[in-house]
Ligand binder design. Structure first.
Ligand SMILES: Nc1ncnc2c1ncn2[C@@H]1O[C@H](COP(=O)(O)OP(=O)(O)OP(=O)(O)O)[C@@H](O)[C@H]1O
Ligand SMILES: [Mg+2]
Length: 390
């Protein structure tokens, strides 16, 4: 009855609440008869029980129902309060049904009268099995929750990229429609320029302002149309260190970055990426510009080129170009909208909000990835991840 299924000896960590040494021996003897090798610590006050619980992993707590300074129910409460899943088996002098009921209701795993101590082995075996089952269930549930979260994020990502693709198609549709009329407007402006060359200066100023606006509109249309056909990439094998170096020195000539020094760290390893140099430069330019603009005059920008080992997404390994700034950062609401066409917080500084939208598309057409992490008030990290050439 009270023996284990297998007759091999099973180690058992027992925390025992028992004031009588003789009864403790009876209990241990019974566990031994059932095939357990007990490592037992005996306590007889609630404080010593509380202190003993965190000391090691206990398989079971065996507790005398009433002791001079202790009641078994208090042990159950202590275990419940620490939140550990350790079965508490109550051993009692009497076998009153009422007391047994109260103990089980309070959370005891079993209630055994000392006369039927022969039941102890089977009770412990059953409790250990149930603890294992509960632990496995908790693990499975945690894994399920993790999978649900991942699935949810993947779905959100999918919806987001579909939304971006739809926005992209929509914007390039509009750009196509605008291209011809804009051509006519620009042609008309040139005609007016010639006609008003010696005319009223106010008219000439007006014409020049119209021209400026029309050129800006034409530039936007051009940007979108260029993005709409990134399939005609001119791919070359390029050293990413060189690519970043060139892009940086070109950018540093630009007006925007004159007062700000951009520090750079290049990869020690030699790498090759197969990219359209001009397009990736365009991506880097926008990231540099965004970083410098975010500083609003103070702070720093850092560029790093790193090699990343092979992964499922990048089977030949990857090159990461990281642009980090200590600028104003991006709020969580804006972070979600970064890659939408025309999303900008710089409308008053002539921002079009096409920079990241186009950059993301260029990088995607290279089978790479563009990621942006940011904390409002702290700064932003943009990462261009490119597949290494075979
Ligand atoms: N490094 C950065 N720090 C803070 N905000 C940023 C950063 N990069 C992007 N943003 C935010 O994302 C928005 C969109 O950036 P994006 O490059 O697409 O357009 P833009 O810079 O506003 O305009 P454009 O690039 O067309 O001149 C920016 O207006 C800004 O709010
Ligand atoms: Mg920009």
């Amino acid at each position: 009855m009270g023996t284990l299924d297998t007759m091999t000896e099973v180690p058992l960590n027992v925390l025992m609440m028992e004031s009588s040494e003789r009864d403790a021996l009876v209990i241990l003897q019974e566990l031994k008869r059932s095939g357990y090798v007990s490592h037992c610590e005996r306590v007889d006050t609630i404080d010593s029980l509380t202190a003993a619980i965190p000391k090691k992993h206990w398989d079971v707590i065996i507790c005398r129902y009433t002791m001079p300074r202790f009641c078994g129910l208090a042990a159950i409460r202590v275990v419940r309060d620490v939140g550990l899943d350790i079965p508490v088996v109550i051993v009692s002098d009497a076998d009153g049904e009422e007391t047994a009921g109260a103990a089980i209701k309070a959370g005891a795993a079993d209630f055994i009268s000392i006369r039927e101590v022969g039941r102890l082995g089977a009770a412990v075996q059953r409790e250990l099995r149930e603890v294992r089952e509960r632990r496995d269930r908790r693990r499975a549930e945690a894994a399920l929750r993790r999978t649900e979260v991942e699935l949810d994020e993947m779905q959100k990502g999918l919806v987001q990229s579909e939304k971006l693709a739809a926005l992209g198609r929509f914007s390039s549709g509009i750009a196509h429609e605008l291209k011809n009329p804009l051509g006519i407007v620009l042609g008309g402006i040139e005609f007016l320029e010639v006609k008003t060359k010696r005319g009223d200066p106010d008219v000439r100023t007006a014409v020049s302002k119209i021209k400026e606006a029309a050129l800006r509109a034409a530039q936007i249309v051009d940007d979108i149309l260029k993005f709409a056909k990134p399939s005609d990439l001119k791919l070359d094998l390029v050293d990413p260190n060189e690519l970043v170096k060139d892009a940086l020195s070109l950018f540093q000539y630009g007006i925007k970055s004159r007062e700000i020094e951009i520090r750079a760290d290049f990869a020690k390893e030699s790498m090759r990426v197969k990219v359209d140099r001009n397009r990736i430069e365009q991506v880097l330019f926008n990231l540099f510009a965004n970083a410098v603009e975010s500083l609003e005059g103070q702070g720093s920008v850092h560029v790093g080129v790193m090699k990343r080992p092979r992964s499922t997404a990048f089977p030949h390994g990857a090159c990461v170009i990281e642009v980090t700034d200590t600028g104003v950062g991006i709020s969580p609401e804006n972070l979600r909208r970064l890659f939408e066409p025309f999303f900008t917080t710089k409308r008053d500084q002539q921002g079009t909000g096409l920079g990241l939208f186009i950059a993301k598309n260029i990088v995607s057409h290279h089978n790479g990835d563009l990621k942006i992490e940011s904390q409002a008030g702290k700064g932003t990290k943009a990462q261009v991840i490119l597949q290494l050439a075979e």
